[in-house]
Write a protein that binds this ligand. Structure first.
Ligand code: SR1
Ligand code: MG
Length: 404
């Protein structure tokens, strides 16, 4: 007799997922539900299952053993489903309203069953449609402060922090980021993807030894600084919104890394959207949305900084560290890292694998090229100025200079 479950995993289909849910007692009658695979991300299946009688629905997310965006030639560990689920459960301890509720999971099938957020839209899409979401900076600033503080040494102390950290060792997904964010865009790599007319700008970046050195330093930080539990991929496609509600999804890249990485990812994606807005055909609310994006960058940091400081002063593990002086020290480092990582995240979406709709969706070729060049230049400025730009106002002033 053995306890080992051999090869239980298989990728679901719209039919087999219902058999699974029925067996698990998560639906009562598979004939009375609809099921649709809607995953448009790079790595997973996402099924929406709706009960026709009650109209209640749930989401079944299943990790695939390879990167869907590349194919089976890029294998990926299924353990990321466990990591994502545990990261959602950790976040739910501190910000339950800002993450989807997890109803059930099964690590053998790399499956998480969770709240259906079909009444929300992906923030990236909403912004591209010209919509403004009034609570984003309050919600994301709070999400970042609560999660980044509560998993840190300053909150947990060294023993509990290390116990938590060992559950979030995520080599395959970190490898993706190490390659696609910090390595490939800075050399002639096969994975890169950019238009021919950008070749000159790309080559000038590859020849910029000063930049290559700064990115190497940021990469080393990403590799070695296990400050806190990160979401790991906090772009605007990882945020679901309505006018009132914000839900951060998809923390499958979660691991212990430098706190500024998550904030940088969010700010980079707002920055990319801002650059894209300057080139979009519909000019009707360009100024309004541009101002809103700059305000959101400033306010997200302001909310984060205020809440992080409060948490450190109230709950800091070591009494002697509960001082404004220590909070200033920690927050200054996080801010500098935020800018540096935001720079890398901006550049990767132009040169590397996996672009963003904000830029690629600009219909006019000249406008698109202009946005791509500006994004590269902005990334470079973020990286070089990370110890010079002391507050978000410096970044937003720079971005205002790009406005039409
Ligand atoms: C191979 S996965 C490509 C990208 O998609 C994810 O959203 C991450 O950003 C990753 O780098
Ligand atoms: Mg994702």
């Amino acid at each position: 007799m053995t306890n080992v479950r051999e090869h239980v995993y298989e990728p679901f289909t719209e039919q087999s997922v219902l058999v699974y849910l029925e067996k698990k007692g998560l639906i009562t009658d598979k004939e009375q539900v609809t099921c649709k695979e809607v995953g448009d991300g790079n790595l997973n299946y996402v099924f929406i299952v709706k009960d026709l009688q009650t109209d209640k629905s749930l989401v079944v997310k299943q990790a695939l053993p390879y990167a869907k965006v590349v194919g089976e030639s890029w294998p990926l560990s299924l353990d990321r489903a466990r990591i994502e689920r545990q990261a959602l459960q950790e976040a739910a301890k501190y910000v339950p309203t800002l993450v989807p509720e997890v109803f059930d999971y099964d690590d053998d099938y790399a499956v998480t069953v969770m709240e259906d957020l079909s009444d929300h839209v992906i923030l990236r899409k909403g912004l591209l449609e010209g919509n403004l979401y009034p609570h984003i900076s309050e919600h994301i600033g709070t999400y970042l402060a609560e999660n980044l503080f509560n998993a840190s040494d300053e909150a947990l102390g060294p023993i509990e922090k290390k116990k938590l950290a060992r559950q979030f060792v995520n080599p395959d997904l970190c490898d993706i980021t190490e390659k696609l964010v910090f390595t490939d865009p800075y050399q002639n790599a096969e994975s890169n993807s950019y238009p021919e007319n950008l070749q000159e700008a790309v080559e000038s970046l590859w020849q910029d030894d000063r930049l290559i050195f700064e990115v190497a330093k940021l990469k080393k930080q990403f590799l070695t600084e296990g400050e806190t539990l990160l979401h790991g991929d906090l772009h605007t496609g990882s945020v679901f919104v309505t006018e009132e509600s914000t839900k951060v999804i998809d923390p499958e890249f979660a691991f212990y890394g430098p706190a500024g990485f998550d904030i940088g990812a969010f700010i980079a994606n707002l920055t990319l959207n801002y650059i894209a807005q300057q080139e979009r055909a519909d000019e009707s609310n360009r100024h309004e949305i541009s101002d809103y994006l700059l305000e959101t960058i400033e306010q997200t940091w302001a909310v984060f900084e205020k809440r992080y400081r409060e948490l450190l002063l109230e709950k800091g593990f070591e009494e002697r560290q509960r001082t404004d002086q220590y909070a200033d020290y920690v927050l200054e480092k996080i801010w500098q890292d935020t800018l540096g990582f935001a720079g890398c995240k901006t550049i990767r979406r132009i040169i590397g694998l996996a672009h963003v709709e904000d830029i690629d969706g600009i219909e006019d070729e000249t406008g698109r090229l202009q946005a791509q060049q500006r994004a590269i230049e902005t990334g470079r400025s973020l990286i070089f100025n990370r110890s010079v730009w002391r507050s978000p106002k410096s970044l937003t002033a720079y971005l205002k200079g790009l406005a039409k």
